[in-house]
Design a protein around this ligand. Structure first.
Ligand code: GDP
Ligand code: MG
Length: 521
């Protein structure tokens, strides 16, 4: 049975049921399947694993640094940008290279505290890199940086696809019983290696392979039809969008980015509910200590320059760095690397409005302008509050895949039966609720706005008071409200709804009913 310490780390009641299922089945399955279950159990007890995925050079590593709050992942070029790196919580900072054969080698940080961009070893022999960092953010989630899709380097692409579960779909039909043992190990490894949630990074143009990657990921982690809401997207490099290319922007970059994000959300749904604009580069500089007092000083000097001259300089990076002026060219280059032209212009505007602003407040303003806070908030709503359902669904998908790969029909049946029993339990209802949430949040099922909001509220919160929109209310009031809403949704399902709405309404009805059962006297 699940031990007390394990319970403490599990994301919630459903994860606990899945853990119990694995423990119970372990002695009844083949050694190989049991080993796979052990891996599933290990992952179930860890924080949510969030892969940052997207095309090469979309700014994934930059965003990873911003989220962790430390410039540790190499950006741009170098061998390490072609490998998967897992950033997880540790009590001491430590980086390890994990080789394909399983052995590990400690990798020293480079002088600037980053993972070295070049490893000096044969990277074809490397499986991935594990980075253990003391940063508190990682206690809540493990962040996985990926090399990216759409690169010219086939090995990087396959490493990324493997992580996202896409590689599995290239294999011959699983019903083939005659698989070699290598094939089996591969399948098992894939089944347990995939990330549980994905932060998808797109830039101005969404392409067909972006959608394919998201689809493959959803298929690999969802145990039933529609997957739970486990992907969110950001439109990165919002600063580089030419506002005149976006109708209705009124010449404003952020407005243009917001409009483009909405358009891309329509393209990417129902895989992701929302696309948030962000400027990863500015977020990274502001969050990771990259932006310093000397930078603020240099910006202050620029702000004092004649406006016409500064405007000319800000036309392009070349002009900005090559123009003759009092701020050293090297300093200007550094500003560009940290903030790019948009960030420099924005900081100058802030200083001109508020000449006495401190370097610290300027950094804060830059952070606000980067859009990172909204991404963080969404991550915590979408992922943290749903971690139990997301982790449990991913674990169930792995358990199913492991049983399937065993090639033993009796074993497969035993696992299948156990999963059916689990899915009938009350705590498994949140899987259906997450599916309903996906449908409503993405607009795949149309709902009047107040009802959509209600579904989102019930499905996105871990706390009963918050689920019912009455945080802190007395128990009796919560129980009465849950019962009232349960009744309302049942009659909406029967009388007031389209067939699609009706299916969602039944799920919401049952969610309220289960809440009521939990808190009634
Ligand atoms: N202007 C601008 N450049 C960015 C932004 N985010 C990343 N970059 C730059 O884009 C390049 C590629 O970024 P990187 O994080 O290595 O991309 P990855 O290949 O997806 O990991 C780097 O030079 C970054 O500085 C952004 O929001 N705005
Ligand atoms: Mg990268």
């Amino acid at each position: 049975m699940t031990s007390a310490t394990e319970q403490g780390r599990l994301a919630g009641p459903l994860s606990m049921s899945v853990a119990n299922l694995c423990h119970r089945l372990q002695p009844q399955v083949s050694a190989r399947t049991a080993a796979g279950f052990a891996e599933v159990l290990r992952r179930l007890g860890g924080p949510l694993q969030v892969a940052v995925a997207g095309r090469i050079k979309s700014g994934k590593s930059t965003l990873v640094n911003a989220l962790i709050g430390r410039r540790v992942a190499p950006t741009d070029v170098g061998e390490c940008t072609r490998l998967v790196t897992r950033f997880q919580y540790g009590t001491v900072d430590r980086v390890e290279i994990v080789f394909n054969d399983g052995h590990k080698q400690v990798l020293p940080f480079s002088a600037d505290g980053m993972i070295p961009a070049e490893l000096g070893i044969d990277i074809d022999k490397v499986s991935h890199i594990e980075a253990y960092l003391t940063n508190a953010v990682l206690q809540g989630m493990t962040v996985i940086d990926t090399p990216g899709l759409g690169s010219l380097d086939a090995a990087s692409v396959s490493r990324t696809e493997e992580l996202l579960g896409a590689a599995k779909h290239r294999k011959p039909d699983d019903d083939e019983e005659e698989e070699g043992s290598d094939e089996l190990d591969d399948t098992s490894r894939n089944a347990v290696a995939g990330a549980e949630a994905v932060l998808y990074v797109v830039t101005q143009g969404v392409r067909a392979d972006d959608q394919q990657a998201l689809a493959a990921f959803t298929a690999a982690t969802a145990s039933r039809e529609a997957g739970p809401v486990n992907a969110i997207a950001v439109l990165n490099k919002a600063d580089t969008i030419a506002p005149e290319s976006v109708e209705g922007s009124g010449g404003d970059v952020w407005k243009a980015a917001t409009l483009l994000s909405e358009k891309q959300a329509a393209t990417l749904k129902p895989r992701v509910a929302d696309v948030l604009p962000v400027i990863g580069l500015i977020a990274e500089s502001a969050e990771s200590g990259g932006f310093t007092s000397p930078d603020a000083e240099a910006l202050r000097q620029l702000a004092e320059m004649d406006d016409d001259i500064l405007e000319t300089m800000l036309i392009s990076a070349d002009i900005f760095t090559s123009w003759e002026c009092d701020v050293a060219a090297g300093t200007r280059l550094r500003l560009l690397e940290k903030l790019d032209l948009f960030g420099v212009r924005y900081a100058v505007e802030v200083i001109r409005k508020e000449p006495e602003i401190t370097a610290g407040s300027l950094r804060r303003k830059l952070l606000d302008a980067s859009g990172l806070e909204a991404v963080r908030q969404r991550l915590s709503i979408v992922f943290a509050a749903r971690a139990d359902g997301i982790k449990a669904a991913a674990a169930l998908a792995s358990v199913t895949a492991l049983a399937h790969a065993s090639g033993d029909p009796a074993e497969r049946q035993r696992v299948h039966d156990a999963i059916e029993v689990l899915l009938a339990k009350p705590e498994a209802h949140q899987l259906r609720l997450l599916e309903a949430l996906t449908l409503v949040a993405s607009g795949a099922v149309d709902m009047p706005e107040d009802l959509s909001e209600e579904v989102l509220r019930v499905g996105s919160n871990a706390d009963i008071g918050a689920q019912l929109g009455k945080p802190g209310a007395p128990r009796a009031e919560l129980a009465a409200h849950a019962l009232e809403r349960a009744g309302w949704w049942r009659s909406f399902a029967s009388f007031g709804a389209t067939p699609a709405q009706s299916r969602v309404a039944h799920v919401v009805h049952r969610a309220y009913f289960l809440i009521w059962q939990q808190i009634r006297d």
